[in-house]
Structures are given as C-alpha cells and as structure tokens.
Design a protein around this ligand. Structure first.
Ligand code: KIV
Ligand code: ZN
Length: 505
C-alpha cells in the first residue's frame, strides 16, 4: 500500500498533443526506455483511432515485457474488441475504457442521461473483463462532475470487474484541496472501493497538474498518470519526473515509494524531447537545462561549501551528466568511448566509429566538447540511419546586397547523387528551395526554430522544424556548428520521415 503505481501516457495523451507525430519505431524506442526507467504501466496508444497506433501497440506489446501495456478505448463493444486485438500478446495487458461523466459532456457531447452512462459503463467493463483480468475505467471530466454521481459510477464499474478506477481532471480545472476531497471521498462513499486501485490523471491548464496529483496520492490514490516532460493535450499532463522526484525527495512527507530508477529520468526526458520535437524549457523542474545550475554569487558560495545549502536533489540521482568534464581535439577513442558510456550510450562498433569521426570533426571546429555537444552529436548520427536522402554538400551565398543562393548535393539511399541550386528570400529559404527541386515532395513549413546547445560563439546550433503534408505533421531536427547546415539537415530529416511514413502507408 506504500507503493505508488506510475502510469505513463506519453505515447497516448502525450502523442495526442498537436504536432507530436511519432512513427512506430520511435514509439517502440520510447517504450523500451520507459521500461528501463521502471514505469509500472505504459499506455501505448489508442488503437481504434488509427492503424499506426494499432500497429505500434502490437509491437510494443510483443517487445516490452516487464511493464503492463495498456490500451485506451471508447466505451463501446466493437472498440473494445479491436483494442484487445492490439494488446492481447502483451505479458501484462490492460484495457482502459473512457467514458464522460460530467453533465456538460453528457448534455452537449454525448446527449445521454446519467442512467444511460451508468448502464454503458457497467456493460462495457463487463465485456472487457471477458478478455482481460486488468481493466481500468476512467470517468472523463470527473473534476467537473457531481461527486455523488462519480462515486455511483465507480461502484458500478468495480462491481462489473474494473480493477483500477481513474478520476481525471480532464480540463485542468480542479484546485488541490478540492481534488483531494473528491479522491478521499471515494474511499468514504464507494462501498467496494477496496477491490480496486484508485488512480488520478491531471491536466495542466492552470499549472496545477503535479500539485493535484500529489494531493491525490496524499489522500489515498495509489496510481498516478502523467507524461515525461509533461507533454500532452493543451497545456499538457502532469509531469511524471516531477511527481516521482517529489515522492523521493520528500519521503518524510509522503512516506511512499515508486519502482522508478530515477537515474534514467534525464535520458528518458532527452529521448522524448528529441523524438517528439517538443523542447524542454530551460527552467523546467528536474530536467531543464538550468534545473541544477547556480548563478547567484551567494548560491555558488554556498554550493562550494556544501551542496545541500542550495540543492535539494543530487543531479546524479536523476542521471544529469556532470558538465564539468570536457573533451577536445586531443581526446582519443578511449576517452570518447568512456564518456559515451557515462552518458548511457553503448553503440555498436560501426555506430561508434561514425560517432567518433563526427566527434573529431566537431572538435576541429569547437575547442571544448561538452556532454550536451556529445548528446547532440549522437542524436544527429542516429538521424542519418535509414535516410532516403543524405546531405552530402551544401554551399550558400548571402548578404545584404546579393540574392541568397544555395547549391545542394544529396546522396540517395541507392547511391544516386543529385545536385541542384536555387534562389530564395534568405539563405534557409534558398536551401529549402534547392532541396525541394531535388526531392519533389509538396509540403508546407509550419514551424522553424533554432537554439544553441551550449554557450559560446562556436556552439552547436539545433534546428527544429515541422512540415505538413496531407494533414499530417512531420518533425525534423538537425544539428551542426553552422546553423544553415543544421537547417538543411533538419529539413531533410523531416522529409525522410515523411517519405518513410508514406512508404509504410
Ligand atoms: O484527460 C482525460 O480525461 C483522459 C482520459 C482518457 C483518462 O485522457
Ligand atoms: Zn488526458
């Protein structure tokens, strides 16, 4: 009873967030990392909403064996049948049924009465239970529902076989004390509550998702749902790394534990950010670039004397690499391999050789190569695996008088070399026009941003772009000390992903 079940919905609610289009292999990669992190439940998708989600769930169910693999489904029998098909091969499958409970949703969206919802809840849970012994039921918009009606629903679904009952703050409306009362009330008002785990699922519209989740576990909830980096619908979901570290750091307050290997948090956060294309804000708790940085003189002085003066968590406990060690031009293969291992990378010999060549190239341009540079470099190398088009050469002329011009040479996966040149409104536009002439895939650029990985004039620039084609968004990232080259790599990365998605249908 002292363990809190960590339910990760990065691949479902997180993926639902605008623009977060992960392909199947990327979802599997995240699921494997979540398994290493030690989450208890992975909500792998919403299979009835897309064939891609269906396939991703099937693959994750087969390959990720330790955690429970959960699928979300609408409360109808056909959707439950189909969802079960996707998850049935999991070592520990779970079916998660969602149905709205608030009068607002019932009146405007579902056009159903409270009695009808009770009957649907009972019938669908009983149906799912024929397939699977692990059934979760979510009363959507619970925080805006009459509490007595919520308790009635919980009682009915537990009687029908639900093993976890989830109380979501779907629109991020609740205040901590109020939400805590709602959760605590379940233990007082639902006679059969002891037969199920009480779960919470909070959104962050008022910035209270983590506070509400923590209040709920204080009042008896033993499953908490959220996402890595807090990504998700609108303002996002409760940030799991914040909840986990609050439970660990304030053990004296909560007297609870989780099964999480917290040293995997930083790596998981970087992976999710890299693959979804959602950057982590620098001041983000636990995983932001500044989360363990001290700048004020007074603080630095305290830190030198004793870390606990201004640090409540050891950065190592969340796996943040120490940034004091830098590599450079003279660092050899051994030092680079050791640094990679310390950062959690154990590449194959081929991958290592390519990464080492890229490192040497970088060290020629940049005096100090930091951990963040190495992470960026490894990510860039990973992106070039299974490319349809690879950037071979790029030359740009621009300035305040000339017409921006780009010459681009690409190498196709079959070895064919393609080259062309184009003019543009600016250097990046010229590069994109030249690439368009060679690749010929119509698309619209919807987002473009550049950030530097570390400080200094020689820093690596990371470019994030999103392009839209036939209603789907594709994210691309690229990094280089030259931001025009990084922009070209990011655009090609997005185009390669688009082409791969079209190939697999
Ligand atoms: O926000 C919500 O209510 C949900 C449910 C599916 C739990 O995402
Ligand atoms: Zn949600």
């Amino acid at each position: 009873m002292n363990k809190v079940i960590i339910f990760d919905t990065t691949l479902r609610d997180g993926e639902q967030a605008a623009g977060g289009s992960l392909n199947i292999q990327e979802k599997l990669e995240i699921a494997k990392q979540l398994e290493k992190l030690g989450v208890d439940v992975i909500e792998a998708g919403f299979p009835v909403t897309s064939p891609g989600d269906f396939e991703a769930v099937r693959l994750i169910a087969k390959e990720v064996r330790k955690p429970t693999i959960c699928v979300l489904t609408h409360a109808n029998l056909e959707a439950i049948d189909k969802s079960w098909e996707s998850v049935k091969d999991a070592a520990h499958p779970r079916i998660h049924i969602v149905l709205s409970s608030s009068d607002i949703h019932l009146f405007y969206q579902l056009k159903k009465t409270r009695e009808e919802i009770l009957e649907m809840s009972q019938r669908t849970v009983a149906h799912a239970r024929k397939y699977c012994g692990d059934i979760e039921f979510s009363a959507m918009d619970a925080s805006r529902t009459d509490p007595q009606y919520i308790y009635q629903i919980l009682q009915v679904v537990i009687d029908a076989g639900a093993t976890t009952v989830n109380i979501p703050d779907t629109v991020g409306y609740a205040m901590p004390a109020e939400f805590g009362n709602l959760v605590e009330g379940a233990f007082k008002n639902v006679p059969n509550i002891g037969k199920a785990t009480v779960s919470v699922h909070c959104h962050n519209d008022l910035g209270l998702a983590v506070a509400n989740s923590l209040e709920a576990i204080k009042r008896g909830a033993r499953q908490v749902e959220g996402t890595i980096n807090g990504i998700g619908e609108r303002a996002g979901n409760a940030s799991l790394e914040e909840i986990i570290m609050a439970i660990k750091t304030r053990q004296n307050f909560f007297n609870l534990t989780t099964g999480i290997d917290t040293t995997q948090i930083y790596k998981t956060s970087r992976l999710v950010s890299e693959l979804t294309g959602f950057p982590v804000q620098p001041n983000k708790a636990i995983v932001g670039a500044n989360a363990f940085r001290h700048s004020s003189g007074l603080h630095v002085d305290g830190m030198i004397k004793a870390a606990q003066t201004f640090e409540i968590m050891d950065p190592k406990s969340v796996g943040v690499p120490s940034s004091s060690l830098v590599l450079g031009k003279t660092s050899g293969r051994h030092a680079f391999r050791e640094r990679l291992a310390e950062l959690g990378y154990t590449p194959s010999e081929d991958d290592f050789n390519r990464a080492f060549a890229a490192f040497k190239d970088l060290a020629d341009k940049k005096r100090d190569v930091t951990d963040r540079d190495i992470e960026s470099l490894v990510a860039q190398e990973k992106r070039t695996v299974s490319e349809t088009y690879h950037l071979d050469r790029l030359q740009v002329t621009c300035g305040d008088r000339g017409i921006p011009t780009a010459a681009v040479r690409l190498v196709k996966a079959d070895g064919k070399v393609l080259a062309d040149a184009a003019l543009g409104a600016g250097p990046v536009d010229a590069v994109y026009q030249a690439i368009n002439r060679l690749v010929g895939v119509p698309n619209e650029l919807t987002e473009f941003s550049v950030k530097s990985v570390t400080e200094g004039i020689d820093a690596i620039g990371e470019v994030l772009i999103r392009i839209a084609s036939d209603g789907t968004t594709y994210t691309g990232r690229g990094s280089d000390t030259d931001i025009i080259v990084a922009s070209a790599k990011a655009y090609l990365n997005a185009l390669n992903r688009l082409l791969a998605a079209k190939r697999t249908g």
